[in-house]
Design a binder for this molecule. Structure first.
Ligand code: AMP
Length: 222
């Protein structure tokens, strides 16, 4: 049986993708789109992605914290460059990409086509509860949740690096609503696209974390 190597996890913002991905322990790199975008915005070589170096970087950060999607062309360039790096040779697990139909088609047209798209299907009420409790580490990117069993060991501090945890600006309730409507409009078509291609598998996002991990692993290593 063919080994699955190029995977994406789809799901609404707050569906629990980040937490699930942290627990998977696959032997392929996880590529987070927002981390790649942030790195591109910080990079000294911004000119390859943005017409106006400094303006571009500032606008990109503003756009990301407003809950809107970054324009396809920018994300696609950032991801193409990232996925062509050596560590991605044997595959990757994508977090947050593709998020529009155009991005999904771009992947197929650029020899980056996926083997498996996993949809983490989580109800909106669960999402809103989870998002209000989400805390992230600004230093190492670890994700916690004060409303679930994913609390940090010491209140407000990252277990991994000890930094002070923050609540992301885009986890604010008004921004959450905006992000959920952006997801419905832009990312549902991606789910349909992979369904039609026959590579979509759905995981029940209301299950416990260990059960979801088991479900994903059985899809990845059937
Ligand atoms: P996330 O942490 O995955 O929710 O992403 C945070 C922000 O990064 C989003 O609100 C978008 O502005 C941007 N972003 C992440 N992935 C994508 C993508 N595939 N396409 C466009 N924008 C994205």
């Amino acid at each position: 049986m063919k080994r699955i190597r190029k995977i994406t996890i789809l799901g609404a913002p707050g569906a629990g993708k980040g937490t699930l991905i942290q627990k998977l322990g696959l032997n392929i790199p996880t590529i987070s789109t927002s981390a790649s975008l942030r790195a591109a915005a910080e990079s000294s070589d911004k000119s390859s992605f943005f017409q106006d170096k400094d303006e571009g970087a500032i606008n990109l950060k503003e756009l990301m914290s407003s809950g809107q999607l970054v324009p396809n062309e920018i994300v696609q360039n950032v991801m193409k460059e990232r996925l062509n790096k050596d560590d991605c040779k044997n595959g990757y697990l994508l977090d947050g990409f593709p998020r529009t139909l155009e991005q999904a088609k771009f992947m197929d047209e650029n020899n980056l086509g996926l083997d498996l798209a996993i949809l983490l299907d989580t109800k909106s009420e669960t999402i809103i509860e989870r998002m209000s409790g989400r805390r992230t580490c600004p230093t190492c990117g670890a994700v916690y949740n004060v409303n679930t069993d994913q609390k940090p060991k010491v209140d407000g501090k990252c277990d991994k690096c000890g930094a002070d945890l923050i609540q992301r600006k885009d986890d604010d309730p008004e921004i959450v609503k905006k992000r959920l409507s952006v997801y419905d409009k832009d990312t549902r078509p991606v789910v349909d696209y992979y369904q039609k291609k026959g590579i979509l598998k759905t995981i029940d996002g209301s299950k416990s974390l260990p059960d979801m991990v088991k479900d994903v692993l059985s899809l990845v290593n059937p």
